[in-house]
Design a protein around this ligand. Structure first.
Ligand SMILES: Cc1cc2nc3c(=O)[nH]c(=O)nc-3n(C[C@H](O)[C@H](O)[C@H](O)COP(=O)(O)OP(=O)(O)OC[C@H]3O[C@@H](n4cnc5c(N)ncnc54)[C@H](O)[C@@H]3O)c2cc1C
Length: 414
């Protein structure tokens, strides 16, 4: 074997995994098709548990020195007049930082700990029966090369070649998002808040304005994937229309788009995916770990990298790289993330019913306790965030009243 572990993809998931493996002294090769720093279509929101993880990885001081914004709260709205502004007193609620810069810090730290090859595009995996034994790909020189290892970690994002070759690249369009974003200069918004707007045109989904430092904002939108062909939506035109619409025109009147629009798929934890097997583990987007409602994936990418490194260390100690050991990783992901996926799925379900969602938003604005819980929820503070039960009960009652015709005029119930 050339290596104990080969990690395919040096985004947050692959870099995190490589850093933890390197710290454990495990002989690792990290490959990426890009040359870093590289861009990644994203909202650039580095919230909640991402902050804890970059601290644990030992890269927070470096990221603090990059252009970024510190977030103190959020501003949210929905068509029909719901407007909510929330400023917390949390000392470290989260950041925004361009992924071009953020990912590079993680990748460079990984480079210090493990062997790295950039500009190496993996085209296939090597198999011995049912066991993954390595990778095949093309390097900078255009020549095909192979590397073998006891475990291959697929950290190669939403279109993972590792997941595809194993037939594990599901994309259930009712459970996953498609999102796009562009950078704008001089947008008139607070620079310590995320803006998230649920206007009718983007439901089920949302439009965002995230300040990212240096008077630049990341502006984008995402929708549940199945809605896009169904409603014949052109995402780029929709983004352009919204920016020019009266809903946000005040904020954009002196602004200027300063990048092209980029987009990508968001495979979420709402869909089930096998995440490990004989000789392989999938992490981050390759494992479909994006939080369903918020669309945040960086935190779970970083966490899954750590969980994978723990299981791999155990596999090496036992000299067993079969599914009987790698399934420990699947279990640890479920324990860490399933609660969060379930709570988010509940809100996704509410989001799919426009009237119900507006009702939900109006309730949130009524009590500080609801607002605080919603803030922790949208910034993914921990995996264990719960929405208040009485809030969910009110929404469930309204849903049932509507369904059973108990409410003669559903509008009266909101
Ligand atoms: C428009 C948009 C907005 C988003 N906003 C947010 C947000 O604000 N906050 C948040 O937390 N999440 C957000 N997400 C989700 C977030 O971007 C992902 O969850 C996160 O990037 C997952 O990290 P990863 O390491 O798994 O994959 P990636 O970051 O995609 O990294 C995968 C790496 O694998 C490499 N690779 C791919 N294929 C190959 C190959 N064949 N060979 C070699 N290397 C390969 C790529 O070059 C890349 O470097 C957003 C996503 C989108 C599309």
């Amino acid at each position: 074997m050339d290596y104990d572990v080969i990690v395919v993809g040096g985004g947050p998931a692959g870099s995190s995994c490589s850093i933890f493996l390197g710290k454990k002294g495990i002989k690792t090769l990290l490959v990426d098709k890009a040359f870093f720093p590289r861009d990644k279509a994203c909202g650039d929101g580095v919230t909640g548990k991402s902050v804890n993880m970059i601290e644990e990885l030992g890269v927070k001081d470096k990221i603090d020195k990059l252009p970024h914004e510190r977030l103190m709260g959020f501003i949210t709205s929905a068509s029909g007049g719901v407007k909510i502004s929330y400023m917390g007193n949390d000392k470290d609620p989260g950041y925004t930082c361009k992924r071009y810069l953020f990912d590079n810090e993680l990748f460079q730290l990984a480079r210090e700990k493990v062997d790295v090859i950039e500009n190496f595009t993996v085209t296939d995996i090597l198999m011995d029966g049912n066991k993954v034994t390595g990778i095949k790909g093309t390097g900078n020189d255009g020549k095909e090369k192979q590397f073998t290892s006891n475990i291959v970690v697929g950290a190669d994002g939403a279109n993972s070649i590792v997941a595809r070759k194993l037939g594990l690249n599901s994309f259930e369009t009712d459970k996953c998002y498609v999102s796009i974003r562009a950078y704008y200069e001089n947008v008139d918004i607070r620079h310590d808040s995320l803006e998230i707007h649920f206007m009718d045109e983007v439901l089920p989904g949302y439009f965002w304005i995230f300040p990212v430092g240096n008077n630049v904002c990341n502006v984008g939108l995402g929708l549940v994937a199945e809605e896009i062909p169904k409603r014949k939506i052109n995402l780029k035109s929709l983004l352009d229309e919204i920016v020019k619409s009266s809903y946000v025109a005040d904020k954009f009147k002196d602004s200027r788009q300063v990048s092209e629009i980029k987009g990508w798929n968001l495979p979420t934890g709402a869909q089930k995916r096998k995440r490990a097997g004989d000789g392989f583990i999938l992490i981050g987007d390759a494992a479909s770990l994006i939080i369903p409602f918020t669309g945040e994936g960086i935190g779970n990418a970083l966490v899954s990298g750590k969980l994978a490194a723990n299981t791999i260390s155990n596999a090496i100690a036992k000299n067993d790289f079969s599914y009987s050991i790698t399934k420990e990783y699947e279990k640890s992901v479920e324990t860490a993330m399933n609660d969060e996926f379930r709570t988010n799925q509940t809100v996704m379900n509410i989001l799919e019913n426009r009237m119900l969602f507006k009702s939900f938003m109006m309730e949130i604005g009524k009590k500080t306790e609801y607002l605080t819980a919603f803030s922790a929820f949208i910034t993914a503070k921990t995996e264990k965030v719960k929405l208040p039960l009485d809030l969910l009960a009110k929404i469930a009652f309204r849903y049932l009243a509507n369904l059973t015709g108990l409410a003669k005029d559903f509008k009266k119930t909101i």
